[in-house]
Design a protein around this ligand. Structure first.
Ligand code: CP
Length: 330
């Protein structure tokens, strides 16, 4: 794995574990999918598999007993926050939850660097969600403990992309050769920014379906294009649906619009219904990072291709794997 600018964290021989030196992610921040190679991904998914088996066999175990996670969320979250909490608790560790920063000293004007320097006095790893692009990288510059980016504004959501790719591999067996169609808010949706970058490590074709004002940002098109990945942009799902293996639907991110009149113009443009799936491959999977606010009809939920609830469960195993890895236990 490439370093991400953190100071060297070669463990002291006085640290309590004997195995950290050989753990490739020990002490590392997880800030962007750009830090991963295919080899790294295979390693992460291997650990996630082991976590899945352990949860099925014993539910909770003591791999991270005595370790503490600070869950620092400046923006709302259900899945990311609760799955990191569940991941830490299933590994025998504990959690400092700061899910509502208005009840913390942030509301008194405390800076992000001071907040992370405070939390690392009490915790071994910090999971951070923040509305500003680059906030996790900034936090990582100040923190001695690992920072895991749980979403930085419209920037990245790397742990979501890891669980998304894990879902694709678990459900379809491989990523190479697939056509992945991303639909909805590709401008503000950080999950698709991370997923497009991550998939560019594989031999995939990417389709982007959105209204004009919500197109994939040019810098991501350029990055993915530099990996020789074929990319198609269209406003019409029907142009690409029949050839799609993974349909990844996103919510229009109302909270990111400066002018709500623009939001009103594009909300509800795409709704996946049983009629949509009738035009899709039998082996396609339908994914969504969730929450959904109308983009996928509930009538679709019982279709075996609807993978979005299974996708959330895969996230637990990925986040267990990441916590174990950055804390030197995998
Ligand atoms: N997918 C996702 O990030 O969901 P939450 O906002 O609920 O964490």
């Amino acid at each position: 794995m490439e370093t991400n600018g953190k100071p060297d964290r070669t463990p002291s021989p006085h640290l309590p574990f004997g195995d950290q030196r050989s753990a490739p992610f020990y002490g590392k921040d997880i800030l962007s999918v750009r830090q991963f190679s295919r080899e790294d991904l295979a390693y992460i998914f291997g650990v996630a598999h082991e976590m899945r088996e352990m949860v099925a066999r014993v539910g909770t175990f003591d791999l991270l007993k005595g370790k503490i996670l600070a869950n620092l969320f400046y923006e709302p979250s259900t899945r990311t926050s609760s799955s990191f909490t569940a991941a830490m608790e299933r590994l025998g560790g504990s959690v400092i939850p700061i899910n509502e920063v208005k009840y913390s000293s942030v509301s008194k004007g405390e800076s992000l660097p001071d907040t992370v320097r405070t939390l690392e006095c009490y915790a071994d790893v910090i999971v951070l969600r923040h509305p500003e692009v680059g906030a996790s990288a900034e936090a990582a510059n100040y923190a001695r403990k690992p920072i895991i980016n749980a979403g930085d504004g419209v920037g990245e959501h790397p742990t979501q992309a890891l669980l998304d790719l894990f879902t694709i591999l678990e459900e379809l067996g491989e990523a190479d050769g697939l056509t992945v169609t991303m639909l909805g808010d590709l401008k503000y949706g950080r999950t698709v920014h991370s997923l497009a970058r991550l998939l560019s490590l594989y031999d995939v074709k990417l389709n982007y379906v959105s209204p004009e004002i919500l197109r994939m940002p040019p810098e991501i098109l350029a990055e993915v294009g530099a990996q020789d990945i074929p990319q198609t942009e269209t406003r019409r799902l029907e142009d690409v649906l029949a050839a799609t293996d993974v349909l990844y639907v996103t919510r229009v991110q109302k909270e990111r619009f400066e002018d709500l009149a623009d939001y009103e113009k594009v909300r509800g443009l795409y709704v996946i219904t049983p009629e949509t799936l009738a035009q899709a491959k039998e082996r396609m999977i339908l994914m969504h990072p969730l929450p959904r606010v109308g983009e996928i009809s509930m009538e679709v939920d019982d279709d075996p291709r609807a993978a979005y609830f299974r996708q959330m469960e895969y996230g637990l195993y990925i986040r267990m794997a990441l916590l174990a890895m950055v804390l030197g236990k995998a």
